[in-house]
Structures are given as structure tokens and as C-alpha cells.
Design a protein around this ligand. Structure first.
Ligand SMILES: Cc1ncc(COP(=O)(O)O)c(C=O)c1O
Length: 429
């Protein structure tokens, strides 16, 4: 039978240059992309269109919590899409209510709001803080140097890195940064206009730096004393990545007063949807009704499909005890990286992080580090890892981030360590 509508041109197969050309001609060049053209994935592996396999220790920047093509995610997508994909938030539906309940049970008494990304979850927290301080004329949110809170106008104003702000002046007012893990600096920075403090439990983009236990407890005390909201950006470090649901739960384990610690608001995204876009924020009980009807919203937020996927991921994490796996395999990977740092100090300076959120800081001036000198050492190092068959993510100029699936196997971590050593040994030699 003759086609009524002309067929689209055939898909480009195994042609890296042709796919890259499609991007060059048609996609806004706002990302510095690596050369690889990916095709598909399975578990902890991704494959490029030439058939080359990569061990994915980057996890799509801490997103692919169950790895690639996980059957439970496929099933949730198929089952829910057969019922209903989208309803809008004019109506109730069970998956959103059940997901909110699951998150409240994992964090503490409060309520949840659903959106579509990490920065949108942070925007919700910013609005919560403004509403909280509004009647007293307080609006300011203090954040930290080297933080990352997303790419919207308020997101870049909150972020403590000049590179994301450049060219987008004037900044949204009401955000100031002070050094991270420095309680005294935070105290000094507060003004009569301050309404909230926002920190990451583990700074991700800034180089994988966990908050010190005393810092978190001190921030809580400071916020109680000055009647401020303590907000935490858990977009990258949350969702069991540290080995507990929230990184502060892991950081404060065994610390006196730690088990009762709770911030007032938490933003989430990334691993929550395992690759299906969903963001959320949780707000502690006393403030849970601050954002009343008509004050905040988004068309897609908490759709039946997104919530069904997030619920299924939580179910798999619980059934397969992936929090324990994250601690064990993460501990194994961290020990292995530390051993490499001890063996090759001219290449690896330090190893940091918790669970499966690990950072490897490169030594300054690695002599044999090849590649375009206009690119950062971290980017050049990641290119070498790619050539060895491993994906990882640069963080800042000097740090390599490992944010693999939470179901990474020990054997895969071992394989990763071998691939990393093959690169490091060459640079040291
Ligand atoms: C800590 C943190 N907050 C916010 C964001 C922004 O999330 P999204 O890119 O989903 O908007 C990121 C993204 O990397 C992040 O790491």
C-alpha cells in the first residue's frame, strides 16, 4: 500500500558524525558534550551506536538509580500508561498520594509537593521561604560557596559558583553565599531580612564534599534560635545514594542528637524517578500548609505515570535492600579508590564521599595528562576514562564523580577500579 504521509528519513545508524551534525545544526549548544553517541543500556552498562560498551559509573548524573532498562521501571511505565498517564492537579489520583505518603514515612512528619526536576523542587523551597518570611519582610536565603542548585534564574542566584551566573546579570535578589561547613560564617551572614538557609548534605557539583555532623546540628540550632527555615537540597545526594534515604541521616548516624535531626524542607529529584523526570519537595509539619491553594503549581507535577515509576523504584530499593548494597559496594569502591590514591599520589590527591556518591580529586599538574589544554583536568581525565570504557562525571575542574546505579554489583565496582587504574597508572608512569 502506498504511504499517504511521506516516511521520515531513515534513522542514522552507527554514524557518530551524522548524529553529531544533527545536534550542531539543530540543538542549542548550551552543553559541553563528550564525543560519545549513546544508543542503549542494560543494567550498569551503556552502549554507543558503534556497539562499544561502557561501564556507567556516572549514572546520568546520579539519576539512573536502578541502572538502565530495568524491567520494573518498564513494567510500571507500561502498566500505568495503560490506565492513565496524566490528569493535571485539578484532580486527585492514588499514585501521587501514595508516593507522598512513602516519602513522608522515609523522612518524617510533613507533606510533599511534586514537580518535574531538581531546580523546580528548589524553586518550591524558595517560594516556601518567601511565604514563611513574608509578613515580617524577610525574604533572604543564605546558601554556600561551591553549591549547585540548578539553572533557572533563582537557581543560579542561589548557586555558589560564578561560572553559572556569568552573562545573566542582574541576579534574582535575596541570595547570598558563605563558605560551606563554616557555621561561624553562616551566623555572621544572617541579617534581619534572612528567612532561610539552604545547603546540600553532600555538595555534588562543587566536588563531592559532605557536610560535617557538627555543621548540620549547628545549622539546626541556629535556625531554631533565629526563627529561620533550614532547607536541604537533596537532589543529588538523596534517595539512598549515601546508604540512607537522606544524606543527613547517614552523616549523623551515631552522633548524639543526630537521629532526631530534621530540616524544615528537602528538595528531591534525580534518583527518585530513575530517569523518568520527577522532582519533589518535602516540608516539615508545622510549615506543611504554608503554600495554600493557588499559591504554587505545575501542570505535569506528580503525574500518575511519574509517581507510579517512583513508587516502583522505592519498592525495588526496599525489596532488594539497595540501601545496604549502596553502603557495601560504595565502601568497597571507596576503599579501592583510596588504595589507588595511596599508590599513585602524583595522579590522585584525595577520595571523598559516602555510599555511591564518591569523588576523586586529581593531583595538581599531572604531567602526562593529554587532551585539549583549554579543557579542565577533570574533563580531560574523564575523556581518558571513556577511552578505557568507563563513564564518570567531572565535578569542577579537578574532581571526578562516581554516581552509579544503587544496584551496582561488587564485580562491576572491581571492573571499574581496574579501568580507572589502567588510566591512572599510565599517567603516573
Ligand atoms: C544539588 C543539585 N540541586 C539541583 C540540581 C538541579 O537539578 P535539575 O538539573 O534536575 O534541575 C542539581 C543538578 O545537578 C543538583 O546536583
Amino acid at each position: 500500500m502506498k504511504d499517504i504521509v511521506p516516511s521520515p528519513p531513515p534513522l542514522v545508524r552507527n554514524d557518530v558524525a551524522a548524529v553529531q551534525a544533527l545536534f550542531q545544526q539543530n540543538v542549542v549548544p548550551s552543553y559541553g558534550r563528550f564525543e560519545i553517541v549513546l544508543s542503549h543500556g542494560s543494567g550498569s552498562y551503556l552502549y554507543d551506536i558503534t556497539g562499544r560498551r561502557y561501564l556507567d559509573l556516572g549514572g546520568g548524573i546520579a539519576v539512573s538509580s536502578l541502572g538502565h532498562a530495568h524491567p520494573a521501571i518498564t513494567e510500571a511505565l507500561v502498566e500505568q500508561s495503560r490506565k492513565v498517564i496524566h490528569t493535571s492537579n485539578f484532580y486527585y489520583h492514588e499514585p501521587q498520594g501514595r508516593l507522598a505518603q512513602a516519602l513522608v514515612n522515609l523522612i518524617g512528619p510533613g507533606k510533599c509537593f511534586f514537580c518535574n526536576s531538581g531546580v523546580e523542587a528548589n524553586e518550591g523551597l524558595f517560594k516556601l521561604a518567601r511565604k514563611f518570611g513574608h509578613d515580617e519582610g524577610r525574604f533572604e536565603i543564605i546558601t554556600t560557596v561551591n553549591s549547585f542548585h540548578g539553572r533557572t534564574l533563582a537557581g543560579i542566584a542561589a548557586t555558589g559558583q560564578e561560572k553559572v551566573k556569568k552573562g545573566f546579570d542582574p541576579m534574582v535578589p535575596g541570595f547570598r553565599q558563605v563558605p560551606y561547613n563554616d557555621l561561624a560564617a553562616m551566623r555572621v551572614a544572617l541579617s534581619p531580612a534572612t528567612a532561610a538557609i539552604l545547603v546540600e548534605g553532600i555538595q555534588g557539583e562543587g566536588g563531592v564534599t559532605p557536610a560535617a555532623p557538627d555543621y548540620l546540628l549547628g545549622l539546626r540550632q541556629l535556625c531554631n534560635e533565629k526563627k529561620l527555615l533550614l532547607l536541604m537540597d537533596s537532589v543529588q545526594c538523596g534517595h539512598f545514594r549515601s546508604g540512607r534515604f537522606q544524606s543527613f541521616q547517614r552523616i549523623l548516624e551515631g552522633v548524639p542528637g543526630g537521629e532526631s535531626f530534621l530540616p524544615d524542607g528537602i528538595s528531591m529529584a534525580k534518583s527518585l524517578g530513575g530517569g523518568f523526570p520527577i522532582g519533589a519537595f518535602w516540608v516539615r509539619a508545622p510549615y506543611a500548609d504554608l503554600l495554600g491553594a493557588g499559591s504554587h503549581g505545575t501542570t505535569y507535577g506528580g503525574s500518575p505515570l511519574a509517581c507510579a515509576v517512583a513508587l516502583r523504584i522505592l519498592d525495588v530499593i526496599q525489596r532488594e535492600k539497595l540501601a545496604d548494597n549502596t553502603r557495601q559496594v560504595g565502601g568497597f569502591l571507596k576503599t579501592g579508590l583510596q588504595q589507588l590514591a595511596d599508590k599513585y599520589p602524583t595522579v590522585i590527591q584525595t577520595v571523598r564521599g559516602l555510599g555511591l556518591m564518591l569523588g576523586m580529586e586529581l593531583a595538581p599538574n599531572i604531567p602526562n595528562l593529554s587532551g585539549d589544554s583549554a579543557k579542565t583536568p577533570a574533563t580531560r581525565f574523564v575523556n581518558l576514562l571513556h577511552s578505557a570504557g568507563l563513564l564518570a562525571i567531572p565535578a569542577g575542574a579537578q574532581v571526578i564523580r562516581f554516581l552509579p546505579p544503587l544496584n551496582l554489583r561488587q564485580g562491576e565496582a572491581e571492573e571499574g577500579l581496574k579501568l580507572i587504574e589502567s588510566v591512572v597508572a599510565r599517567l603516573a608512569g
